[in-house]
Design a protein around this ligand. Structure first.
Ligand code: PLP
Length: 463
């Protein structure tokens, strides 16, 4: 009797292995032509690029933020655009391409997904690779007695957030209010856009959720900040007794401008929430995989205090993890698509590589790269104190302020930086920050040296 399925025999077929090897070899060979920032390859390509950008803007109903139309190829931190130009990608699709561009081993995992029987997996169709990924996510969530029992995959961060909210509302029915932090970002569905703290993102939408905001952690006033937020929380609890279902916490604010919170701050708030039977959701869609711990809740030592966790972006597949007492009734969660087979395979590859190859921990790659990049930005601040301040952020989330955080000047700077060959992105307001979500799996210190010198040149040119 055979111990292997037909699928296993197919995936292990020497022709498949050889084909994957050939693709990896071809990738590496073509990548030799990408190793520095470059302009368009020809005038014709530049002209086609311009036309494509205009047509795309017309078709999608708005301009792209950057003039970025990828060619579909790259080399680690370098991405080739469709005019043949090459740039450093230090924002990685807002934190998605954690291993950079055209990573040969990651492509191997993506091919495994691509040659499996279905493009998408979901509700009635989960393959063994979904099961393998869910097990890994749970195992890692529980390394410090997290006690997460369940994990539901999803195809976008905001859908995973919606699932988290539904779980808490059902558990704590009929409560209906939500607590969140000022300046938070959790996504833009009809429900979640009421929580994300940006009026423009809910303009004209009906009010689907009732949300009350608490001030986020202020590192310049540790105890004062804890006291103020807890007092505000107590006021809300008095004003609206027994009405709160959950508090959703972005423990490191990403879109808000790369602001980390603090263990003491979160623990003080959670203690009050627990006393009032209010569930705690941690949204680490952006911060997952970016601190020295895989999960940001582990970084802040909240393992036993959290009820529901949401992850996304660098994990390719998004997920909602929850504890046994938050298990919803059948029917509450279900999706035709939980994710694509390629994303599920890529996710497992990225996460297991990070764990095996020492990205995490005090001496891991994330910490080392953070320290190196921060020290280089610090040197730049010394050289040009009137133009740059910082760095800010944590792990693989690094930010700086240029021109005192003036929004228009920062925007101009980010466009000039793009033009000079480095892709960053803006975040937050008053001050606006320039942030980087680094392709950790592909980065070397020489890339950082190069990027910092391009930042310096750009600051010199924008007087
Ligand atoms: C903290 C946080 N939550 C949720 C989301 C929404 O994720 P998505 O855009 O994948 O729906 C984001 C996206 O930036 C995010 O940063």
């Amino acid at each position: 009797m055979s111990q292997s399925t037909r699928a296993q025999k197919f995936f292990e077929d020497p022709r498949i292995q050889q084909a994957k090897q050939l693709i990896a070899d071809a990738t590496r060979e073509h990548q030799k032509n990408i190793g520095q920032v470059q302009g368009p390859l020809s005038e014709q390509l530049a002209q086609n690029y311009e036309e494509s950008l205009q047509k795309l803007a017309q078709n999608r109903g708005g301009n792209l933020f950057y003039r970025y139309l990828g060619s579909g190829f790259g080399n680690g931190p370098f991405v080739e655009l469709a005019d043949g130009s090459v740039k450093y990608d230090f924002i990685t699709g807002i934190g998605v391409h954690y291993f950079g561009h055209s990573h040969p081993e990651l492509m191997g995992a993506i091919i495994d997904g691509a040659i499996s029987n279905t493009a998408m997996q979901g509700h009635l169709q989960q393959n063994t690779d979904s099961h393998r990924l869910i097990s890994l996510l749970l195992e890692q969530a529980n390394i410090n007695q997290g006690q997460f029992e369940h994990c539901f995959l999803s195809s976008s961060g905001v859908m995973a957030v919606e699932n988290a909210l539904k779980i808490c509302f059902q558990k704590n029915a009929p409560t209906h209010r939500v607590l969140a932090f000022e300046r938070c970002f959790h996504g833009r569905t009809l429900g979640v856009s009421q929580i994300t703290d940006k009026a423009a993102y809910r303009q004209g939408l009906p009010p689907t959720l009732t949300v009350d905001y608490l001030p986020f952690y202020d590192s310049s006033d540790h105890q004062g900040s804890i006291d103020r937020t807890c007092q505000q929380l107590q006021k809300y609890l008095k004003r609206y007794p027994c009405q709160y279902s959950c508090m959703i916490m972005e423990v490191i604010q990403g879109e808000g401008g790369s602001y980390p919170g603090h263990e003491d701050f979160f623990k003080a708030i959670i203690q009050i929430l627990k006393e009032n039977h209010i569930s705690v959701i941690i949204d680490e869609v952006q911060s997952f995989g970016r601190t020295k711990n895989l999960y940001a809740f582990q970084y802040f030592k909240l393992d036993q205090l959290v009820d529901v966790v949401v992850i996304g972006k660098m994990s390719q597949v998004c997920a909602t993890l929850f504890k046994a007492n938050h298990k919803p009734k059948p029917g509450l969660l279900s999706q035709t698509f939980t994710s694509s087979s390629t994303a599920i395979s890529a996710s497992y590859h990225i996460l297991s590589t990070m764990i095996k190859e020492n990205y995490l921990g005090e001496k891991g790659k994330i910490q080392k790269i953070h320290q190196y990049f921060s020290s280089k930005l610090k040197e730049l601040e010394k050289k040009m104190p009137d133009k740059i301040t910082g760095p800010y952020g944590i792990g693989a989330m690094i930010a700086m302020t240029v021109y005192n955080g003036d929004m228009e000047l920062s925007k101009k700077f980010s466009f000039d930086l793009f033009q000079n060959g480095v892709i960053s992105f803006m975040a937050g307001a008053n001050p606006t920050r320039i942030r980087f979500l680094i392709p950790m799996g592909a980065i070397e210190t020489k890339h950082i040296d190069d990027v910092v010198s391009i930042i310096e040149r750009t600051l010199q040119q924008t007087e």
